[in-house]
Design a protein around this ligand. Structure first.
Ligand code: ADP
Length: 503
């Protein structure tokens, strides 16, 4: 058992272990740290060493009740505040988080195993960016006037929905939380977040910091397990909107619970994103693009990871060699070390799952596995959840490795001969989140961009989610959009029609 929490530091700190302890065992409700009603806590581990770094509050329905009650009370005054003032407050939260970027980056690296330089620092900066972006949109919550009849003024106005329940995953927890919390708040809602059990610390610190600016109760966070804490949040009668990022399986449960109450739900679920490479592409740029697209620096733990790479037959062998050489040159090691490119898998459960997929692929007749990069030799990392990135060739499209989301550093490369057949293979998936096409023939690139079944298609690049671009999948990848002004207006507000007959 760790000690009871010490006060969290006011100034940014670079001592991530002390900060983790200080954040131990608490929810953040109604403007302050609150222990769980049950007194239960669960351990948080550093996946690079196996050491316990903190305990998190184990939330249940009683904690959910308390958080939602606080959020519901706060919502009335928050919604009554001029929209630009709400936006300014959220933008100030962004500015405050910028001062804490290094601290948050170290904390998220500690609890998730994501490398500081390549991933964690990027995430912390993006969170500040998202808050600043949405903070600037306070005056954009506009309705329309409708030409209904002479002497009748008919307008629509946008109103907040009330208390938003947000369930987040562990892969980019601060960023995905910001994509929900920032637009929800600017729109005049208040929020209760349920963090992922694997990564409860950095998001708790973000919530604490934002509460230095926001009125109490506007932004609350609970930690705990899905069925015990997430489910009561989703089905709470006072939660008027649910937004969820996670697996398809849990997404279905969440959607059903929201349907019972008839409240809107946004779902950001899995992906099995195809990358299509034509022989006329810019070879070096595209090889580098494959490394970033596959999110190898995040151990492939991304819904948009290019986990199916289709390469035109004449260049496929060279392409795989060049990719493997690049991944080989990446350094796997201590996430907190600036030299490290690739950190660890998040948990033992994910580790076993990814290893299972790799073993199944290796045992498949006709398949070849190329393991790249070297395992770290530092004895301090002996218990770390490191997995060498693997590039598979020779798998069939029907294989489980090609159809299911692995959420690990595993990609499958296939040759193709013509645009029609590669389009059919790329669309032969339950998922439809993202896709990319790499070619210097823009006619072909655009044609495929229109015909690929995905919420986001990029040609000759594969950037991660951006604050100002609408993001969300089709098919089993989800429902609704996140990021962008459109997502804020369509998914965190409703439109009311007002008609005034002034005759
Ligand atoms: P992953 O496999 O990436 O962990 P999950 O879908 O299992 O994805 O989890 C994503 C989030 O959903 C986590 O915060 C988890 O605690 C939460 N969760 C899991 N089960 C439920 C549930 N029945 N109701 C609400 N939230 C849940």
């Amino acid at each position: 058992m760790l000690d009871r929490p010490h006060p969290t530091p006011k100034d940014p700190t670079l001592d991530e272990r002390a900060l983790a302890k200080a954040l131990s065992g608490m929810h953040f409700i109604g403007g302050g740290f609150v222990p769980p009603r049950s007194g239960k806590r669960f351990a948080v581990h550093n996946p690079a060493t196996g050491e316990q770094v903190a305990e998190a509050a184990e939330g249940d329905a009683a904690d959910v009740d308390a958080a939602v009650a606080n959020a519901a009370t706060a919502q009335k005054a928050w919604a009554a505040m001029p929209a630009r003032k709400r936006g300014a407050a959220v933008a100030s939260c962004g500015a405050l988080l910028r001062e804490h970027v290094e601290e948050l980056a170290r904390l998220i690296a500690l609890e998730t195993g994501k490398a500081l330089r390549t991933e964690s620092r990027v995430e912390a900066n993006t969170v500040a960016d998202i808050l600043e972006f949405f903070g600037g949109l306070g005056s954009e919550l506009k309705g329309e006037s409708v030409p209904f009849a002479p002497n009748v003024l008919s307008v629509t106005v946008r109103e907040p929905l009330g208390v938003v329940g947000a369930i987040i995953p562990w892969n980019v927890p601060m960023l995905l939380m910001a994509l929900k919390v920032a637009p929800a708040l600017v729109a005049g809602n208040t929020v209760v977040v349920k963090s992922a059990e694997e990564a409860p610390l950095a998001v708790l610190r973000v919530c604490e910091l934002m509460n230095r600016v926001l009125p109490p109760g506007c932004f609350n966070i609970l930690s705990g397990y899905g069925p015990e804490c997430g489910a009561p949040l989703v089905s709470h009668q006072k939660v008027r909107k649910v937004t969820f990022t996670g697996s398809v399986e849990v997404g279905r449960i969440v959607a059903k619970a929201a349907a019972e109450k008839i409240v809107p739900v946004t779902l950001e679920l899995g992906g099995k994103s195809p990358m299509i490479v034509f022989a006329d592409c810019d070879f070096e740029k595209t090889v580098a693009g494959a490394i970033t697209s596959m999110r190898f620096t995040r151990q492939g733990q991304s819904c948009t990871a290019a986990s199916r790479i289709y390469v035109e037959r004449p260049i496929v062998e060279n392409f795989v060699d060049a990719m493997a050489a690049k991944v080989d040159a990446m350094v796997m090691g201590d996430p907190l070390d600036e030299k490290t490119d690739i950190g660890t898998i998040i948990s033992h459960g994910q580790y076993d799952k990814v290893r299972g997929f790799i073993e199944e692929g290796r045992a498949t007749k006709g398949a070849t596995a190329r393991a790249c990069s070297r395992m770290p030799d530092d004895p301090a990392l002996k218990k770390g959840l490191f997995i060498q990135p693997v590039i598979f060739t020779g798998l069939q499209n029907a294989s489980r490795l090609v159809q299911e989301e692995i959420f690990g550093p595993v990609t499958c490369v296939f040759p193709f001969d013509d645009p029609q057949s590669v389009l059919a293979a790329a669309n032969d998936s339950e998922y439809g989140l993202a896709a990319s096409v790499w070619t210097n023939n823009l006619r072909v690139g655009l044609e495929l961009a229109h015909r690929l079944e995905a919420g986001l298609v990029q040609v000759n690049q594969n950037l991660v989610v951006q604050a100002n671009l609408s993001y969300g999948g089709v098919k089993s990848s989800g429902l609704g959009k996140e990021a962008s002004l459109e997502a804020m207006l369509e998914h965190f507000m409703h439109k009311k029609t007002i008609m005034v007959n002034y005759q």
